[in-house]
Design a protein around this ligand. Structure first.
Ligand SMILES: Nc1nc2c(ncn2[C@@H]2O[C@H](COP(=O)(O)OP(=O)(O)OP(=O)(O)O)[C@@H](O)[C@H]2O)c(=O)[nH]1
Ligand SMILES: [Mg+2]
Length: 258
């Protein structure tokens, strides 16, 4: 049986704003009279800026794993990531007990736990292989330089490659950015000569070919699509994010505009 619900995973580097966006996006759904549930997939979360409807910590606890296996936090996070996959059936049943069209999932702090380890791609394809999408958060702190910008887009592309689902790129915390910062993001997002020239200025000439090839890779795989600037503080970009989900999975049948 195909699951008609849309699963949206918030993915990004540590501190990029995943949990805050998960909570804010649900609030935005509610404000629009739409329905969504929120799932916490971070076993190490100490506190969350939302109340999860389904919480992986009910089955997997970082603290307990640290005590039981006598591990430090990093080793325990890895064990927890793998244990999450072992609890996928319970997780799925719990999500299915809710009647909703949208499932918003907050992922573990460090990106490698969800994207680089097998557990992440297993969970995504086990929960809903047809209608899953990643909202990839690019942290503005890490995209200030041209090489940082490209590196973040490459991580987003890696996420698409690993999880095998569509990815929409979001620039998070945009309320913290000046007009000029936003203009730079918009210009660089077209992956044009400006960005290339900047990279070649930042990098020694021996990296010129590498820079060219990385830019080519991003251009070729469509990473130059118009960026969505989001802020969880003032709901900037939420509508664009919702419309992206609609466009991918519901053929744009219910897109919103002001
Ligand atoms: N100004 C501003 N701050 C934000 C926004 N989103 C998140 N933050 C702040 O950024 C910090 C990290 O946010 P989180 O939502 O915890 O980020 P995360 O990616 O879930 O972090 P980890 O799970 O710990 O890796 C917190 O202090 C948030 O309050 C935003 O849109 N605007
Ligand atoms: Mg978090």
């Amino acid at each position: 049986m195909t699951d008609e619900r849309v699963f949206a995973y918030m993915v990004g580097t540590a501190g990029s704003g995943k949990s805050t966006l998960t909570g804010a996006f649900r609030e935005w759904f509610n404000l629009k009279g739409l329905d969504a549930i929120v799932v916490n997939l971070d076993p190490g979360a100490e506190s969350l800026p939302y109340t999860p409807d389904v919480d992986i910590r009910d089955w997997v606890s970082l603290k307990k794993v640290m005590e039981e296996f006598d591990l430090g936090p990093n080793g325990a996070q890895i064990v927890c990531a793998d244990m999450m996959a072992l609890n996928a059936k319970d997780l799925k049943e719990s999500i299915e007990s809710f009647k909703t069209e949208y499932v918003l999932l907050d992922t573990p702090g460090q990106i490698e736990l969800f994207v680089f380890r097998e557990a992440g791609s297993f969970i995504v394809s086990y929960l809903n292989p047809q209608r899953s999408m990643v909202a990839y958060l690019l942290d503005p702190v890490l995209t200030k330089t041209a090489s940082g910008f490209v590196t973040q887009l490459l991580l987003s592309l890696t996420t698409r490659f690993r999880l095998g689902v569509p990815v929409v790129n979001l620039f998070s915390k945009c309320d913290l950015l000046s007009k000029d910062d936003k203009r730079v993001i918009e210009n660089w997002s077209s992956l044009d000569e400006q960005l290339y020239n900047k990279i070649t200025m930042e990098k020694a000439s021996v990296y010129r070919e590498l820079s060219e090839q990385l830019m080519f890779l991003l251009q070729h795989f469509g990473e130059s699509i118009s960026p969505i600037l989001v802020s969880s503080k003032d709901y900037l970009g939420m509508e664009d994010l919702y419309n992206s989900l609609q466009m991918y999975f519901k053929a744009g049948e219910d897109t919103l505009s002001d």
